[in-house]
Design a protein around this ligand. Structure first.
Ligand code: MOS
Length: 746
């Protein structure tokens, strides 16, 4: 019996659909108080004074706190829990009101008067890099490679010690050969500037946290975090207590995508300690846009040089990320994708991390990849058009194979770039002829993937079912797949396994639910834990049945002697014998551990089909396919669902999502009226094809799934548009009115 590859519904799906899941904002605690934040409305200013007198005496107010009231926290200035003396972006938290009710906290927050002395603000990243631009950050800080690596990104490029333009915190470079000379002698060169707007995770559940001070000087935190252990360690540092005194209770995550590792927890726990009372802080949607960090805007100047036969001879790129009031870390990841996706003898790649007076940026589903691949895969399409080579053929000609050199001098493991491209080549959406107003575009994407050691526990319950205990939360349906892995290892049916994510006080260590690593990293620990539990169970059965463990098998809730079905003992009986008063056997309590030794890079190819209206320039996606190598599909329907979501998120960058700032540093799209999430009528059926080239190291051959589907969409749709209309869109989101104007002038 194998459960792997059989479709199983999400374990927690029914509760979510029925609306009965208890999220953090639904929790009640005795004596709970509520927090409301006062946010800076200026992008750059000195704080002269904060008048809190009126707010303090408002009804229901327990306390008003400013940055000066909090202990010093080691963090860059824009990252202090509350601003100290200076603000760096509109939306930065400046003060907090603690009150009996949310309404009282809101009313009192409106009474706080902050006296600001406005300072010159730097909003545009290109202006920020010009000589004489006002400095955004007090001290230029090195890029934060920790942030990058925890989301599964390689960080092969370090900050170079060369002289940097103003407001540039780090420069990522990749060089091989002589790109300049190769471009000069190339048969064909394409060159373009590609821009992507900043976008927001736009999770359904805004950020929220609860904190309760404990009598031992510690703190209990409830939060929908992607990383309970990460929050524990951060909070412990800020509170100056050992990690065990902070207990983080992981709550259901109503959308994470990289944005829900930690945001409010250190502030909230500092406030809770001050107040000596349990507190809750829940952001509104508008606050979510202003306070919760998002994906950076980026701009690329990219040139590709090729021979007549399509083989690449040079890649040259110069690009920058707009990191808001943070130092950023996307450019290094992006450089590896630009230089390392295709085999090319010469490349010269330079990426700048630029700071501006906007909300700082954060990881968002494959950080650095949608940006890199929009530029690279659009340019590859331009090259294919110019060379009159089939776009898939062009990519196959330059594809990377096992054993090819990586940008950092290692060699590629077995990957499935070619398998994905070949599947796309056969796909009916690709092969069907196009009418005059139609176009089909393809684009490739990839993601390296994180790996973090993990542990898991396994207990057999009195009813004969398995409880798997882990320390990693389920943001994507991954727990259902983990249950299938446990069922497979133990030899029971899937409905007899449940996955419990424990709080940090009791759970085995588990990594962040990030970097497409949960199944990849935790899966092996779960498999081992279930296998060990089975061994312990059979050990007890051996004594009861007087048979060697290798002669025993688990079937239908029993342990039986193989070939002698009448000699059996119920699993429930074995559990009872190992837990009852005066019992003779030791309880079944298994642990499994894993530390996957290498990454299994993931590849995907998307196909977009569009129909355009030659009169208006309007367009409609009429077909979409996502082909992705997942190593081994543990739970195929859930993988497909996860890919659907990723496709929608990726396409959102093309179809209208954007964090639009005005020249005064004000975010003009801080609501769902103005921030255009793609709607169902914009998205066609998405045909997902899973490729299974097993990982030699992932559990049962599995690779990560979550990030790649969010990567190639924007290039795929713009490539389809270019083929339908002859108009190349190089700015995201796509400006429909510009398309219409262009349609009318042709
Ligand atoms: Mo992520 S963007 O690795 O949660």
């Amino acid at each position: 019996m194998s459960v792997i590859g059989q479709g199983t519904r999400r374990l927690e799906g029914r509760e979510k659909v029925a609306g009965t899941t208890r999220f953090t904002a639904d929790l009640e605690l005795a004596g709970l108080l509520h927090v409301q934040l006062v946010l800076s409305h200026l992008p750059s200013a000195r704080i002269r004074a904060i008048d809190t007198a009126e707010a303090r005496s408002a009804p229901g107010v327990v306390s008003v706190v400013t940055g000066a009231d909090l202990p010093t926290v080691s963090a860059s200035s824009p990252d202090k829990p509350l601003a100290v003396g200076r603000v760096f972006y509109a939306g930065q938290p400046v003060a907090a009101v603690i009150a009996d009710t949310e309404a009282a906290a809101w009313d009192a927050a409106a009474l706080i008067e902050v006296d600001y002395e406005p300072l010159p603000a730097t909003i545009d990243p290109e202006a920020a890099m010009r000589e004489g631009a006002p400095p955004v950050l007090d001290v230029a800080e090195a890029a934060d490679s920790d942030d990058a690596s925890m989301h599964g990104a390689g960080t092969d490029s370090e900050a170079t010690p060369v002289r940097r333009p103003p407001n540039v915190s780090a420069v990522a470079t990749q060089k091989r050969g002589d790109a300049e000379a190769a471009l000069k002698s190339a048969d064909v060169v394409v060159k373009g500037t590609y821009r992507l707007a900043g976008v927001h995770h736009a999770a359904m559940e805004p950020h929220v946290a609860m904190a309760r001070p404990e009598p031992n000087g510690g703190m209990t935190v409830w939060a929908p975090t992607q990383g309970p252990f990460y929050v524990r360690d951060e909070v412990a540092k800020v509170l100056g207590v050992p990690p065990y005194k902070v207990r983080v209770v992981p709550m259901p995550v109503g959308g994470g995508f990289g944005g829900k590792v930690t945001l409010l927890e250190t502030l909230l726990t500092l406030l809770a300690r001050r107040a000596g009372r349990p507190l809750r802080l829940a952001l509104t949607r508008q606050q979510e846009f202003l306070v919760a960090r998002s994906a950076p805007a980026a701009s690329f100047d990219l040139e590709l040089g090729a021979k007549r036969d399509g083989s690449l001879v040079a890649i040259r790129a110069r690009y920058h990320y707009d990191n808001g009031a943070s130092s950023g870390w996307h450019a290094g990841i992006t450089s590896s994708f630009l230089a390392g996706t295709y085999q090319c003898p010469n490349f010269d790649i330079t990426g700048f991390e630029v700071s501006t007076n906007k909300t700082p940026v954060e990881a968002y589903r494959a950080p650095g990849a949608p940006q890199a691949y929009f530029a690279l895969e659009s340019a590859m399409d331009e090259l294919a058009l110019k060379l009159e080579i089939d776009p898939i053929e062009l990519r196959l000609r330059n594809a990377t194979r096992e054993g090819d050199p990586t940008v950092d001098g290692a060699t590629w493991p077995k990957i499935a770039m070619i398998e994905c491209l070949e599947e796309a080549q056969r796909h009916p959406l690709y092969t069907a002829p196009c009418s005059a107003s139609e176009g089909v575009g393809i684009a490739l994407g990839s993601w390296g993937g994180a790996r973090t050691p993990a542990a898991a526990g396994c207990r057999v319950e009195p009813d004969g079912t398995l409880s798997i205990l882990i320390g990693t939360v389920d943001v994507s349906g991954a727990s259902t797949g983990l249950a299938m892995i446990a069922a497979e290892a133990f030899g029971i049916s899937m409905d007899k396994v449940r996955i419990e994510t424990g709080d940090t006080g009791v759970a085995p260590f588990g990594p962040l639910a990030a970097g497409s690593q949960v199944t990849y990293s935790v899966g092996g620990a779960v498999y081992e834990a279930a296998l060990e539990a089975k061994r312990q169970l059979l050990e007890i059965a051996t004594e009861e049945l007087e048979a060697a463990p290798e002669d025993l098998e688990i079937t239908d809730g029993r342990v039986a002697v193989r070939g002698v079905p009448e000699r059996f003992v119920e699993i429930t009986r074995l559990v009872a014998m190992s837990t009852e008063f005066m019992g003779r056997h030791r309880p079944i309590q298994a642990t499994g551990r894993s530390a996957v030794q290498s990454a299994s890079p993931m590849f995907t190819v998307h196909i977009a089909r569009v129909r355009t209206d030659p009169e208006t320039g309007g367009f409609q996606l009429t077909g979409y396919a996502a082909i992705q190598d997942v190593g081994r599909a543990i739970n195929p329907p859930e993988i497909k669902g996860q890919i659907h979501g990723g496709v929608a998120q990726g396409l959102g960058r093309a179809l209208g999502e954007q964090l639009a700032y005005d020249g005064d540093g004000q975010l003009r799209t801080a609501s769902f009226l103005d921030y255009e999430l793609p709607s169902a009528d914009q998205l066609p059926d998405i045909d997902v094809r899973l490729i299974e080239v097993p990982s030699p190291v992932g559990p049962l051959g599995a690779k990560g799934v979550g990030e790649p589907p969010a990567v190639p969409g924007p290039a795929a749709i713009c490539n389809a548009l270019a083929r339908a209309t002859g108009t190349r869109v190089r700015d995201l989101p796509i400006d429909r009115s510009a398309l219409a104007r262009r349609a009318q002038t042709i």
